[in-house]
Structures are given as C-alpha cells and as structure tokens.
Design a binder for this molecule. Structure first.
Ligand code: TNX
Length: 502
C-alpha cells in the first residue's frame, strides 16, 4: 500500500488502507442516483447531505432513494453492523458502475462521505455549477480513526464570530474528519453566551473584544443552532468557560464576584494571567453552579471545559481549593470536566480530560502536568503549542499571529506523534488531538482561515491516521492537492513554501 499512496489519491487524513482496484473510474452523470439502503433517518440525512454537495457543483439532479432498490449507476450508503469498523470507521468501494459506502453507524457514513469528496475533482467544492468530468478513481478503502478525539478549538472571546462564521468554520474543518468543536466562550475580553440568572455577563461582558472591537454574544437559541449544525456533521460542541483566571469579563459585569466588591473596567488588551474569581466568596460557587447548570442544559455532549489555565492571580492553595469546589458542581449537572493541563495540579474526578498545551517534550519540567494527569489515571487531549497552536505565526513574515511557542509551519503541524512527545505518556493515555485558534491577533474569519489552512489538516491526520506510514513527503504532495479545493471554497489559505502547490 505504501508505494501506492503517493500516486493515486490525495485524501487527508490518510486512510488506514486504500488500494487501487483494477477497474475503470466511476463517473457521475445526470443519471446518478444515491441509494440510502441504511434504515433510519440519520443515514438518510447523510445521503441528503452528500446529494446536496454533489448537486451544487455538478448541477445534476442526484435524487436520493430509500430502501434497497438500486437504480444504476448509483452511490449506495449502507449500515453494516457485522463489520468491525468501530463507531467512525467505514468501507468505501468504487467501481465502474457503483460506489458503496458502508459503516456501522451513520457517523461512519459521514466520515466516508468526506473521503469520497476528496476523491472527486477539486471543482466539486465550488458553490456554482462547473463542467466535469466527475470521475472517482476505482479504489477500495477500509478506514477507522487512531484516536476518538480530533478537535478544533476556536476562541470566540477575544474576537466574536457570528453564527454564520462558526458554521462555515465547522463546514471547513469537518472535511478533515474533525469531530469536536471546542468553543472558548469566555475570557478577560469577552463573555459570549447568555446566562439567564446572570444577564450582564452577555450584555456587558460580551459588549467588547480585543482592541475595543464590537463584541457580541450567542443567545441560547444561537448556541443550540451551533450545536445542531455541528451535530448534523457529527461534530460535538465542547463549550469552555475559563476559570478561575481569564475571568475579566465576568468580574467586570458583577462587582460581587470580586474580592474587593468592585468591578474592573472591561479589558481590551492582550495580557494573560491577571484576573481571578474570588475563591473565598460563596457567591463564586453559586455563580458557577448557575453557569454550569445553564450550559449543561443546552449542551448534549458529555464534556464541559472549565479552563484552569494561567491562573497566575490565584494562589496555589486557592487554586486547588477552587477545583475541589468546582468538581462536584460539574458532576451535579451530569457532565464530565475538561481542563487545561494546569488543572492536573488538583485532584480530578475519573473521566476528566486534561488538555496539554505546553511545547515541552520528553522529561522537561513543562511536561510535569501531563504526567500528573496520567498518574491520576486520566487521559490527555494533545494540543502542544509548537505543533497545534494555529495562532502561532508560520514564519517571520506572517502578518498576524504570535510566536511565543516558535513558528509553526505546515510541516510542524504534521510531524509529531501525540504518544511519543512526553516521557510516561503513551498511546493509551491519549484521547486524541486538538488544534487551538486563539484570536488576540485575528481580526476576522479571513484571518482565521489563513491561520487554519494548511495546518489543521496536518493535525487532523496526526489524530486520525495510523502511526505507520506517517511521512511528510507523502503528506505534502497530498496537501498540495487541497489548494484548489480551498480555492473552490474561497478559503483564504496560506501558501506555505513547504508545500508544492499546483
Ligand atoms: C495561552 S494556552 C493561553 C491563551 C492565549 C494563548 C495565546 C492557554 C491554555 N492559554 O489564553 O490566548 O496562550 O497563544
């Protein structure tokens, strides 16, 4: 297989197995039908999703049929419980007169659809009708992910992104089999979600942004719409309310949350580590109980992220006491906690997920929180800043971004292994990977796209593809073929000199 990958496909993440078959390609024509043989609404929804995508660029009718009748030529979606594919795995067989997608779940079918898209010409991604030919090479794919967690984090606090912008971000990242959207909903510069019991969080705390920008917030209806839109693409939303630091917007909204009873003004700078909830005050925990309850009510996913990073304005002992108080609140509302690596300083409940963000490796001091998490029997989501931070500049010339973790070019985003970075952290300790897009220097969605592409596909491949066969040379050739796909979608991507763009 290894020798073939370079020449016959440009699929990212690289499938576990993809082989060329001795058959002519399948060609989409005005007569192509989609058949949803799989019982159930969800699989039909995946078929409809594929049909909508194909109609857009081909202009063909692409009707969807339910049941087993099979008009030819057809693209067939089927659920097959006998196959050992796991929740997200799938098989995809392309022959001259049929395309078959099989999975155990509709989620697996959705992942298969993303592979199929990438086997079609790049112009299939256009939003207007293009001329074909619309051929799909005859291949046989058997695929399943290495890790169950492949997240994309988006900081909507430092900059607010509208509902439409968040949807576009979901649409772009789900093509790379990302299955988690981590929304950083609160920080010093902005609180972006309505909490009914504490309305000023949104109306005051959400009224600004970095640099004094316009701000904004999601109503509960908006948030539910994000959750629904993401779920339709098999992406789970993980909301983050950062605590006990990064809480300037909350402290500015309610004087009683401050130890001295006085609200600071809204913060519009880019410093970190100066704010803290008042650990001694009971009202802090009443506040957190309300926030966690209201957020849990509108979040179907099992995790709530409670931050915990850079709490430099909270004394060590206070930090541990704070997490001790937070733990039962999250449990009471039926969720599991997720936190940045610093949280592993405290005792955490079984099932808590710890997100590693330090660029430290091996047994460097910065890796200690990761080991503390593993010693507590917890799993890590890996977001090492020198590989997975999309707010780092690509190089000296990048017009936006930071560089505290160094420059991160396309190769850095792809050339790492989450199970080999840290001494004492192996495959079984890793839940998966996540990119992080902090937005202190990001003005708008165009900037966000520029920082996300072409790096996010590399991180997605680290999370999905088997360790064996992870080669930059092979990857960068596949990556190059995605340039035209992004052009067709009008994605503002960075033309890294490391990639042989066509
Ligand atoms: C550190 S990494 C932060 C964020 C900043 C980011 C900028 C982490 C958990 N916290 O507050 O936005 O650096 O790169």
């Amino acid at each position: 297989m290894a020798g073939l990958t370079e020449t016959h496909h440009a699929v990212i993440p690289r499938p576990a197995s993809i082989e060329k078959r001795g058959d002519a390609p399948f060609a989409l024509t005005p007569d192509t039908h989609i058949v949803a043989a799989a019982a159930g609404e969800e699989a039909t929804a995946v078929a409809d999703h594929l049909a909508a995508l194909l109609r857009r660029a081909t202009g063909y009718p692409v009707p969807v049929h339910r049941g087993t009748a099979r008009p030819r030529p057809a693209i067939l979606l089927a659920l097959d419980s006998h196959r050992r594919l796991g929740a997200e795995g799938y098989r995809l067989q392309v022959a001259r007169n049929s395309v078959q997608l099989e999975a155990k779940t509709s989620e697996g079918l959705f992942r298969a659809v993303q592979t199929l898209r990438q086997l079609l010409p790049a112009t299939v991604e256009s939003t207007s009708t293009q001329s074909g030919p619309w051929t799909i090479p005859a291949v046989s794919v058997a695929d399943r992910p290495r890790f169950g967690w492949r997240g994309a984090h988006l900081d909507v606090s430092r900059r607010f992104f509208s509902l439409a912008e968040v949807k576009r971000y979901i649409d772009l990242v789900c093509q790379y089999k990302i299955n988690v959207l981590h929304l950083h909903l609160s920080d010093d510069q902005g609180w972006r979600i309505v909490v009914d019991r504490w309305p000023r969080l949104a109306t005051h705390g959400g009224s600004s942004a970095v640099g004094g920008g316009p701000g904004g917030y999601y109503t509960k209806l908006d948030y539910r719409e994000i959750v629904r839109y993401a779920a339709a693409r098999y992406v789970t939303v993980v909301p983050e309310i950062d605590t006990p630091g990064h809480t300037g917007a909350a402290l500015a909204s309610y004087p009683e949350l401050n130890c001295d009873g006085r609200s600071p003004p809204l913060y519009t700078g880019v410093d970190v580590g100066f704010s803290s909830l008042c650990v001694e005050k009971e009202i802090t925990y009443e506040f957190l109980d309300d926030v966690v309850r209201e957020l849990a009510e509108i979040t179907p996913g099992r995790y709530l992220h409670l931050g915990g990073d850079e709490a430099r304005a909270t004394a060590d002992a206070d930090y541990v006491r704070f997490i001790d108080r937070l733990r039962p609140i999250v449990r009471r509302h039926g969720k599991r906690m997720m936190g940045w690596e610093e949280m592993a300083r405290a005792r955490l409940a079984p099932g808590t997920l710890v997100q590693y963000w330090s660029p430290a490796t091996g047994s460097e001091p910065g890796t200690a929180p990761a080991r503390r998490a593993v010693e507590q029997g917890l799993k890590l989501v890996m977001s090492p800043a020198n590989h997975a931070y999309l707010d780092m500049k690509y190089d000296r010339g990048t017009p936006v971004g930071l560089s505290w973790a160094g420059y991160v070019d396309a190769r850095d985003a792809h050339d790492w292994d989450p199970a080999e970075l840290i001494d004492g952290v192996g495959e079984k300790d890793v839940a998966g990977v996540e990119s992080a897009l902090w937005t202190e220097t990001i003005a708008d969605l165009k900037d966000a796209e520029f920082m996300t592409f072409p790096r996010l596909p590399g991180i997605a491949e680290v999370g999905w593809s088997p360790r064996a066969g992870h080669h930059w040379e092979d990857y960068r050739r596949r990556l190059a073929a995605h340039g035209p796909r992004w052009e067709a979608q009008r994605v503002n991507f960075y033309r890294s000199a490391q990639v042989p763009w066509p």
